[in-house]
Design a protein around this ligand. Structure first.
Ligand SMILES: *Cc1c(COP(=O)(O)O)cnc(C)c1O
Length: 406
């Protein structure tokens, strides 16, 4: 527990739980008092391989004793290698490394605008986005996300984003005009409540983009790097984007991100047009390569799919046992959502009481984002914790009802 008697010196932008951890082991987080929490928050889909993964620790330590940072004024062989591996595994021809998801989106947005500018159409700078989206907290990405609660009080909204309702094809078509540059979408909305875009809709978006000369941008910051059981979520649909933003799981806990693109989409981004001091530094690149070593190893993603299926089945059983608490189970791979019938904050709190960490999302959903390394025994453990958390909520409801009757 931290700072009970003194107020925090941190800017209070987060409503933090009064809980801290000293170390982690795989899917477990351990408090200074030695209490063990099952970590199905995974740093919000960041600790893709759990805590203290030996291969990642070794890669970081080996690099730390050699070289931390040189800047992008010089060649960074580890970055060349990671970019090549990402290109070989995806639609992309080129990669720009960043430090965060929002920066990956900033690169994607700038790239889309620049593409049309160098094509002689600088008036094409607008980007169509979807309600419920989350793309980060910079000025451009809050405008892209379009959520009032994140925009309020921060001055004029950055120009150039047109938001349409999720799944509204007519509104989407109507939003495309002569100034439209791109469509930006998360293949599965994470913060928005684990809402999947059906493969046929992704295909429809691709067609629409081709028809109108627009770039298709996927935000795979949360869904990428194995989270949904494919290396990238869109690979299930057979559709490829022109640009893709990645972060969160790509560093396994080391802050890093990437913007991937086709050579055509990236053609305007020539020397001097964009930059970063920290992005792609040797420490980040060493860890990024180590994450890929594990995620691309034969059988790893198949195991994510298998564990996901098991978890979904077991979660469905819990839903049936507690119909007053759980409304629906949704999601792909190990990006799973439990739509609650009680306030999702109550369910997150009850799970925490059972020492299972989860993350709230929009649409009254609780997210389970376990590390991708979990096995069947961990699924069993998590499911029984959820079962007990639901029972805890039902007991509290019964207590309330009894009180009201008296
Ligand atoms: C988390 C997230 C972002 C923002 O990433 P940061 O690293 O917090 O800047 C953008 N898009 C999606 C889909 C995310 O889940």
């Amino acid at each position: 527990m931290t700072g009970e008697s003194r107020t925090s010196a941190l800017l209070p932008t987060f409503a933090r739980a009064d809980l801290s951890f000293e170390r982690g082991e795989g899917p477990w987080l351990i408090t200074p008092q030695g209490e063990r929490y099952l970590d199905f928050a995974a740093g919000i889909a960041v600790n893709s391989l759990g805590h203290a993964h030996p291969h990642l620790v070794e890669a970081l330590q080996a690099q730390a004793s050699k070289l931390w940072h040189v800047s992008n004024l010089f060649q960074i062989p580890e970055g060349e290698r990671l970019a090549r591996r990402l290109v070989d595994a995806t639609f992309a021809d080129t990669v720009f490394f960043t430090n965060s998801g929002a920066e990956s989106l900033e690169c994607a947005i700038k790239m889309a605008r620049k593409y049309h500018a160098v094509n002689g159409n600088p008036e094409r700078y607008r980007i169509v986005t979807f309600e419920g989206a989350f793309h980060g907290r910079t000025l451009a990405t809050i405008a892209a996300g379009g959520q009032k609660k994140y925009l309020e009080g921060f001055g004029p909204k950055v120009e150039g984003f047109d938001q349409v309702p999720f799944g509204d094809h007519e509104a989407l078509k109507a939003a495309i005009g002569p100034e439209t540059a791109a469509i930006l979408i998360e293949p599965v909305q994470g913060e928005g409540g684990v809402r999947s875009v059906p493969p046929q809709c992704l295909r429809g978006l691709r067609e629409l983009c081709d028809q109108h000369g627009l770039l298709l941008i996927f935000d795979e910051v949360q869904t990428g790097v194995g989270r949904t059981g494919k290396l990238f979520a869109h690979q299930r649909s057979g559709v490829t984007p022109d640009i893709m933003a990645v972060a969160k799981g790509i560093g396994g806990g080391f802050p890093m991100g990437a913007c991937l693109a086709t050579a055509e989409a990236g053609k305007g981004m020539t020397a001097g047009t964009h930059g970063t001091t920290f992005g792609g530094n040797p420490l980040a690149m060493a860890v990024g390569n180590a994450v890929l070593d594990v995620v691309l190893a034969p059988g790893f993603l198949e195991n994510v799919e298998r564990v996901s299926l098991l978890m979904k089945q077991r979660l469905a059983e819990i839903k049936d046992r507690h119909p007053g608490v759980i409304e629906e189970i949704r999601g792909e791979g190990l990006l799973l959502g439990i739509k609650a019938k009680v306030p999702n904050t109550d369910l997150v709190a009850a799970l925490r009481e059972e020492k299972l960490l989860s993350v709230g999302a929009g649409d009254n959903v609780v997210r389970f984002l376990p590390p991708l390394i979990i096995d069947d025994a961990i699924v069993t453990e998590a499911v029984s914790k959820l079962d007990r958390a639901c029972a805890r909520i039902e007991a509290a409801q019964a207590q309330l009802a009894k009180g009201a009757a008296e």
